[in-house]
Design a binder for this molecule. Structure first.
Ligand SMILES: Nc1ncnc2c1ncn2[C@@H]1O[C@H](COP(=O)(O)OP(=O)(O)O)[C@@H](O)[C@H]1O
Ligand SMILES: [Mg+2]
Length: 281
């Protein structure tokens, strides 16, 4: 089973949109996929038209000494299942202050039946380092950082990259270095192209080749529980996310095969020493 955290310490970078559409694309290609909404604001849950008050389990169910992810009731969406966010996540966060409180979800995943019910689990996270986003990274093998090619989002992405490196070093050696996915790209904007070049130069193969362009179909799709694959499968948004999912899966397969190079540029995938954070201006 592959576990992904989608994270960026900055808000509005397309995390939730990315989780929904990668999950739907994976579902369409036959992967049994579960989305866990760990953002206390629960935008993904609301976007999918789910009211957590009517659900017997939420992401909070995983924070229990005997919890098993595999016993949780999930909500069936078109292409994936959802374990929704809870209104109580914010309140409960105050009590989750011990160092071991970052381990709850990993343990809840490990308490599983012989055969996992899912091929893929995707965590949506809030735009901050919280006990919930750390739980997600501690339970994951892969981190994807959606990044809008603009100043604040790039700074957030680089800080997130460092957080992932820290989690890998201190808490979860199975976590691979982050992959970046450009979202909401407007190819007419020179600033976008400058930030894309900067990121590609610095992070090379860790930036996915595929980009997600600005697309009204993605904004429109995210209001009634449907994804763009339901509402407008021929649209730019649907094609971009389908391609990004293929790109992501190719990288993951290369990691799994122990292939330390990427086909695009043949550079070595170094799993240590992240580059220095630059001073962007
Ligand atoms: N590629 C895109 N094109 C147009 N709008 C987008 C795109 N990706 C996201 N959005 C919109 O931008 C806003 C922020 O996206 P969201 O996925 O909620 O970001 P985050 O979860 O990082 O805060 C939402 O209103 C969403 O519909
Ligand atoms: Mg979000």
């Amino acid at each position: 089973m592959r576990v992904f955290t989608i994270c960026n310490h900055k808000g509005g970078t397309g995390k939730t949109t990315t989780v929904i559409h990668i999950a739907a694309a994976m579902g369409l290609s036959g992967h049994r996929t579960l989305v866990i909404d760990l953002d206390p604001q629960g935008f993904l849950t609301r976007t999918m038209g789910v009211n957590p008050d009517t659900c017997s389990d939420t992401a909070l169910s995983l924070f229990d000494p005997d919890a098993s992810l595999w016993d949780c009731d999930t909500v069936e969406m078109n292409g994936f299942d959802l374990l929704p966010s809870s209104n109580r996540l914010t309140r409960e966060m105050r009590d989750l202050n011990k160092p071991t409180d970052v381990l709850w979800i990993r343990e809840a995943i490990e308490r599983k039946a012989d055969e996992a019910a899912y091929d893929t689990v995707l965590f949506d996270t809030a735009a901050a380092v919280t006990v919930y986003s750390l739980n997600a990274l501690v339970a994951s093998q892969y981190a994807v950082i959606p990044v809008l090619p603009e100043y604040q989002s790039v700074v957030g992405a680089e800080q997130t990259y460092q957080t992932v490196a820290m989690v890998r070093k201190r808490l979860n050696p199975e976590l691979h270095p982050s992959m970046f996915l450009f979202t909401q790209v407007d190819e007419r904007k020179r600033l976008h192209s400058a930030y894309r070049s900067y990121m590609r130069k610095k992070y090379t193969h860790r930036v996915l080749d595929t980009i997600i362009r600005t697309s009204t179909s993605l904004t429109e799709a995210s209001e009634d529980g449907e994804t763009v694959f339901d509402t407008d499968p021929q649209s730019k948004g649907a094609r971009n996310y389908a391609n990004a999912t293929d790109d992501l899966l190719r990288r993951v397969e290369a990691y799994e095969e122990g292939n330390a190079t990427t086909p695009s540029n043949g550079q070595l995938v170094s799993s240590t020493s992240p580059p220095e954070t630059p001073s962007l201006s």
